[in-house]
Design a protein around this ligand. Structure first.
Ligand code: DP6
Length: 328
């Protein structure tokens, strides 16, 4: 009863921000993302004769955490009807909890590894729904390429899951350059941040009203491989989400000086004909969207900026999958 899964992180092009049901993690709006091949989490789960569950993430034993990883394992154990305790070892190749979608890859890998170790044999829709219970964005990391998480209408969440729009082969020259400006843990988690936004931002209603149009453009842009539509819609959508964050009480401002520096740089390059766009999540990192033909030039330009610590280049990546290379 041991299984290992690898799941890629995903970065939203149309953001998920706000829950209509906190217990089932049901979103107010649908969202669209790209699964990223450069940002992954690998997790091994074994059910055995252990006295208690042990969970080690990036060499640190996990006690209690906001996403309730232990509760997620318990949820799966109940579904599978088993009682054995679990040993879980997990590692990611990028900083956790700093706005780089670590919970997406983490909970997706955990869901696939745990259900497989429990011999459940779920299909992708069931896996996505289950991963969603751990963390909303994790529902999208079950699939590869470009992915849409359908918000669903039902109270029980059975129609709120992610499905693929196109596989990664559809647009191999699409790039997302993750610009790490700080590796510090963020001060307001996305979970707390979105709850505060729904409760206090006067702009949340405006955000929701504009989503359907953004989703329409994004799906269309992805299908046509129209980079201008995809990039400009993603950038505008990210700025709208941040407008709802900065107008909560108290305000949530995830940006650092280097975040803003990169945003200005991207806009400046664009004016000069180097087409690129930015998007940011619940953290200070900037993700630059570009095409392969411009990647080198953008990396060179970025190397001249002060506040940038590191870049990670992502292409459209694979769905979550099993491997027999166990971590223990
Ligand atoms: C800004 O999926 O981390 O990255 O469902 O509470 O676990 P929970 O939140 P989470 O939020 C992600 C928010 C975002 C936008 C996005 O990925 O769509």
């Amino acid at each position: 009863m041991k299984a290992t899964a690898i799941a890629n992180a995903n970065i939203a092009l149309i953001k998920y921000w706000g829950k209509r049901n906190k217990d089932l993690i049901l979103p107010y709006n649908s969202s669209i993302s790209m699964t990223c091949d450069g940002l992954w989490t690998k997790t091994t789960v074994e059910f055995g004769d252990y006295l208690e569950d042990t969970i080690v993430i990036n060499d640190e034993e996990l006690k209690k955490d906001e996403k309730d990883v232990q509760g997620h394992i318990e949820r799966i154990r109940r579904m599978a009807g088993i009682t054995k305790k679990a040993k879980v070892i997990s590692e990611s190749n990028f900083p956790v909890a700093s706005g780089l979608a670590s919970s997406a890859s983490g909970l997706a890998a955990l869901t696939l590894a745990t259900t497989t170790a429990a011999e459940m044999n779920l299909d992708k829709k069931q896996l996505s729904i289950l991963a969603r219970h751990g963390s909303g964005s994790a529902s999208r990391s079950i699939e590869g390429g470009f992915v849409e998480w359908l918000k669903g209408e039902k109270e029980d969440g059975s129609d709120s899951y992610a499905r693929q729009i196109t596989p990664k082969e559809h647009w191999p020259d699409f790039r997302m350059i993750a610009c790490i400006v700080s590796e510090a843990k963020k001060t307001t988690s996305s979970r707390a941040g979105m709850a505060q936004t729904v409760a206090t931002s006067p702009y949340y209603e405006g955000w929701l009203k504009s989503i359907d149009q953004d989703l329409l453009h994004m799906r269309d842009g992805i299908m046509k491989k129209d980079f201008t539509i995809v990039g400009s819609t993603a950038e505008h959508n990210a700025l709208k989400m941040h407008a709802t964050m900065t107008t909560t009480k108290p305000a949530i401002i995830y940006w650092q000086p280097a975040t803003v520096e990169i945003m200005h740089a991207v806009m400046h390059w664009r004016e000069q004909g180097l087409e690129s766009y930015f998007t940011m999540d619940a953290g200070p990192q900037v993700k630059i969207l570009c095409l392969e033909k411009d990647e080198k030039k953008i990396l060179k330009n970025l190397s001249e900026l002060d506040g940038l610590k590191k870049t990670i280049i992502c292409r459209p990546g694979d769905a979550a999958q099993l491997t027999d290379k166990h971590l223990f």
